[in-house]
Design a protein around this ligand. Structure first.
Ligand code: SAH
Length: 350
């Protein structure tokens, strides 16, 4: 696979243009074309000879939308094909304030969380910053958006992969996606979710990127967390909470915990009370969601009534919390379900 041009920022595009003997203003045309979600061959205002030179070094397309699935609630789910043939997935969710795209940071994942479909086949490879960016450029274009009038307004790094296990590319991506003159999505409209790589959370504190930091907690004791999230063997809940405190001290920003309610595992009244004890007085918010059941996994979702009771207990205990509705569940809304399903159907076809 050749390099992909979406890995380059504006300055690097300008250097490239000059090194190929083109005039400086061509950089703007090339960059604009890329930001509009075009493949190199589709950019109309640069010459054929220049495009040919570019195509010697770069893939024409970083990513293509292989399939689109439309949910009854308006959610769209995409299966993307990368230049090397690997598949990743993403979701576009419609809200009153705009459209939120959920993006992937790796092909597969090596974190091994017991409830998650993304990690079923392990980690295949990291995505480059340009492959992460291209997911947005393609979907924005598909939705009729431009750079001036974006159709993708918010991002969540909650697709396949662990963003902090691909730290450098994800940081480059965050800088490039929020660059002025580009697609320019503000960090304030971006949420990054990590399963809790404490060393990387501490590194991230110094990056000065004011996004919404989200940590997947899902349990209240290290012992129980180790049963569902192997990363808990490396970092304790106490270490996570310490990193969160460091984050708040340095940035003044609140942080969010994801807590997926799993029947018989983490959704009892006892757990709600333990969660209150852990988080009371901390500048955080808890996002509850009932587990999205994954067919390859034996875990069951907590029922709606016990989820509501869990929420009420937290709120009575002084914890800021919300219960998110499950969206797009009729189209395999949970992480990695689509890709896993697609790969399985290909296997049975073969
Ligand atoms: N690797 C990152 C991003 C993962 S996906 C992380 O661990 O945070 C975003 C969220 O969905 C995480 O909180 C993850 O734990 C959760 N999740 C994964 N599979 C799920 C499922 N089947 N049901 C509910 N939540 C799930």
């Amino acid at each position: 696979m050749k390099r992909i041009i979406q890995d380059l920022n504006y300055n690097q595009i300008e250097e490239l243009v000059l090194s190929l003997g083109e005039k400086r203003f061509r950089a703007k045309q090339l960059y604009n074309g890329i930001m509009q979600g075009k493949n190199i061959s589709q950019i109309s205002d640069i010459s054929k000879a220049f495009k040919e030179k570019l195509l010697e070094q770069f893939e024409d397309s970083a990513i293509e939308i292989e399939q689109t699935f439309l949910s009854s609630d308006g959610t769209e789910k995409y299966l993307f094909r990368l230049a090397d043939g690997n598949l990743i997935e993403g979701v576009l969710m419609r809200y009153k304030y705009g459209n939120t795209q959920c993006i992937s940071t790796q092909v597969g994942c090596r974190m091994g969380c017991k409830f998650c479909a993304s990690t079923l086949g392990g980690l295949i490879r990291n995505l480059t910053s340009g492959e992460i960016l291209s997911q947005i450029l393609k979907v924005n274009a598909l939705q009729g958006g431009t750079v001036q009038k974006r159709q993708v307004t918010n991002l969540v790094l909650m697709g396949s992969g662990e963003p902090f296990d691909n730290y450098n590319e994800v940081i480059t991506f965050l800088k490039n996606v929020s660059a002025e003159g580009g697609i320019n999505i503000s960090p304030r409209n971006i949420s990054l979710s990590t399963c809790g790589l404490v060393d990387k959370i501490n590194d991230f504190i110094n990056e000065d990127i004011p996004l919404n930091l989200t940590i997947s907690l899902h349990n209240t004791t290290d012992e129980e967390r180790r049963r569902t999230m192997p990363i808990a063997n490396k970092w304790s809940i106490a270490q996570i909470l310490q990193a969160c405190e460091n984050y708040f001290k340095k940035t003044g920003r609140r942080y969010i915990f994801e807590y997926s309610l799993i029947h018989g595992e983490n959704a009892d009244k006892k757990h709600a009370n333990e969660l209150i004890a852990l988080l009371k007085g901390k500048p955080c918010h808890v996002n509850l969601i009932r587990l999205n059941e994954v067919k390859e996994r034996s875990l069951a979702a907590a029922d709606e009534k016990s989820a509501q009771a869990f929420l009420a207990t937290l709120q009575k205990g002084g914890i800021s919390a919300t219960l998110r509705r499950q969206i797009g569940s009729d189209i395999g809304g949970a992480c990695g379900q689509l890709r896993a399903g697609y790969l399985n159907s290909k296997k049975t076809e073969e």
